[in-house]
Design a protein around this ligand. Sequence first.
Ligand code: NAP
Length: 495
Amino acid sequence: MTPERFDAVIVGAGFGGIGAAIQLKRMGIEDFVLLDREDDLGGTWYVNHYPGLAVDVPTTTYSYFFEPNPNWSRLFSTGDEIKQYADDVADKYGVRKHIRFNTTVEGARWDEDAKVWRIALADGDTLTALYLITATGFLSQPKTPEIAGITDFAGKIIHTTDWDDSYDPQGRRVAIIGTGATAVQLIPELAKKAADLTVYQRTPIWVVPKLDFRISERMKRMFARVPLAQRAVRAVTDAIYEFFIYVGLHHRQFLFRRLNIGASDVAKLHRFISIRDPELRRKLTPDYDFGCKRPTFSNSYYRIFTKPHVHLQADGIDHVEPDGIVNNDGTKTVIDTLVLATGFDLWEANFPAIEVIGREGRNLGKWWRENRFQAYQGVSVPYFPNYLSLASPYAFLGLNFFNTMEYQMRHMDRLFGELKRRKATTFEITEDANARYLERMTELIGDSVFTVGNCATARSYYFNPQGEATLLRPMPTRTAIKEASKYPLTDYQIA
Ligand code: NAP
């Protein structure tokens, strides 16, 4: 059977894939398919539906630049509203008809003779595409901890990415492993109902207060009628947010270092106001710099540990038994439910999320591991013609995914615009341009908290297994957007 052929295949129907699809349509490319292993769109906002799920940056900044959403009900909107926004955008821009659900991609291989990608699906089918775009997200491969005895646990075990909506924690004895952004949202919700809740913390997280409020109906109507007003609010929240990223990341300059300390002081004060017990406060205090690891917002997290039925276990786990957890301090916590808020495997399973083989048999994952993680402007890699990897090293601009998406769409716009102008069909980033970009990123990271700060104990997923902070693109959104709109076209070989 002849494989189905498309101009483009996009892998992943989250906000990254939807954005890429909209960009292709803008360029007049309609012959494409979006593949997703799930049975609905929205990526992380479809997969995650644990209690308490909400965006942890202000929603005023959380939308595509070209599609402000006047319907957010709060400054920090809930997960179902964000999923709704994904549905609305996909429908409005005619993306849904391009999506194939329940379709798992195994891998893709560049066919040098035919100058196309061959995309292998789990069901045995192969698709052919001129262009391949992977939009598999940064946090899409759940991590299950390897703890002795965990498979023998006889009670209920739930990973936060696979929440069982029928599960009711009412009256249950629950343990949760992890204290990342997900756990910070989920723990207060579990504590409302569980009879007993033990939180297993390996590394404390920086938590600052969440200045959340309802967006009134009047305000929503105003945003719908005058989109400019909403853009103005976004400009303000974007500026505040960029400022915090700068404070968080840029460390070498005296002012930024002082501001970074100021941010950790806010978290310290927050802890002090929430918790009277100095020993409990000490256990919840990070010993690494603010910004080494993603900080989070919550008004209830610290306070919840003062409840008599909520316990912090910071001594670690020795092993799991069928009815509970034996702690490193020799005590045993008897539980009936084990919640894994253990996050995602970025570096081993996600870069890349599928096997990608480029020119001369170069295997992307292997090459990244053997030659440092790298991607020109967070999208292109030499020896991978006609391929854009949106979830790449040095791609993510920090707290907000949509800022990343904006520069990536502009990058596509410039690249595909040039292909069209030259009536060309192939592109590949040059080794020289890629090397220059990597050198610049290395230099910028050299100035950041990741290099000059105290991050040794953070266990942050911003760092790859070699200890290099190769996840974030260390520059303001404005600069990344400018670069995406102006990069030298000679950086690509176009034919
Ligand atoms: P995470 O930040 O990676 O946290 C995972 C937690 O599990 C950490 O506390 C980690 O401890 C712990 N852990 C992992 N393996 C363990 C083991 N073997 N033993 C003990 N503890 C273990 O994952 P996450 O909380 O799911 O958050 C990931 C990211 O998702 C966030 O940083 C944020 O960017 C995003 N997020 C966004 C939202 C939102 O916008 N609404 C909400 C939630 C999450 P260590 O730190 O010691 O490794």
